[in-house]
Design a protein around this ligand. Structure first.
Ligand SMILES: [Zn+2]
Length: 217
């Protein structure tokens, strides 16, 4: 009984210390959180989320919405990222601190007026790929990809070190894109996009004040 009380007191003291040390909480949050991709004061709501249903013709997004047709505000079939409807030329910022792995420039657009896109010729257009090692403390490296950017607009180059909210490039409409938007994906391992919302990565425990302007809540 005595030792149980001692353990309880020790844990309580440690908890109080952890909460009292300035920055402790935010440092922990910063490791596990995908802060929103842009300046939180200028948030845009996604128009398409990640499609959680891998079956062709079946759609499901992280909010629980399900359907068989593309519906604005949810997802489209086989979508492996999150689309933000931002005007071409908008500044795009890093959603988490990381290192630039690749900057690829492509000036063209592979879609016709009916939005039939030649994804084999080019998918991402101009894009920047950023790595985030040991994100969330799970020893896994995650990648964020910022696609359909304006050609030659990148403010970074390979091996550039980015802080959260570091300026990456300007949005655009390059590659397989039917209109100006940002396609943002979180991948782990590389080229395996995951759902950042379901993984509790956008807002950590969803209690962060920055997330009051985040999509979907
Ligand atoms: Zn997309």
């Amino acid at each position: 009984m005595q030792s149980r009380i001692r353990i309880f007191v020790t844990l309580t003291v440690l908890t109080i210390l952890a909460l009292a040390i300035p920055g402790f909480h935010s440092r922990v949050e910063a490791q596990t959180t995908w802060y929103w991709l842009s300046n939180p004061t200028s948030a845009a709501t996604p128009n398409y989320y990640y499609d959680l249903d891998r079956n062709v013709g079946a759609l499901r997004d992280w909010t629980g919405w399900e359907g068989s047709q593309d519906t604005s505000g949810h997802t489209y079939d086989q979508h492996r990222g999150t689309d933000y409807p931002v005007a071409s030329g908008s500044n795009i910022y890093a959603s988490q601190a990381g290192v630039v792995e690749d900057v690829v420039n492509y000036a063209g657009n592979t879609c016709d007026l009916a939005c039939n896109c030649d994804t084999a010729t080019n998918l991402w257009g101009t894009y920047v790929l950023v790595s985030h090692s040991n994100h969330g403390g799970d020893n896994q490296t995650y990648y964020t990809r910022y696609a359909h950017l304006t050609v030659n607009s990148a403010q970074v180059s390979r091996n550039s070190v980015l802080g959260w909210n570091g300026y990456i490039a300007k949005s655009g409409n390059t590659g397989a894109s039917c209109g100006s938007h940002l396609h943002w994906s979180v991948e782990s391992p590389l080229s395996n996009p995951v759902d950042p919302f379901n993984l509790d990565m956008v807002c950590g425990n969803y209690g962060d004040p920055l997330c009051s302007t985040s999509p979907g809540r």
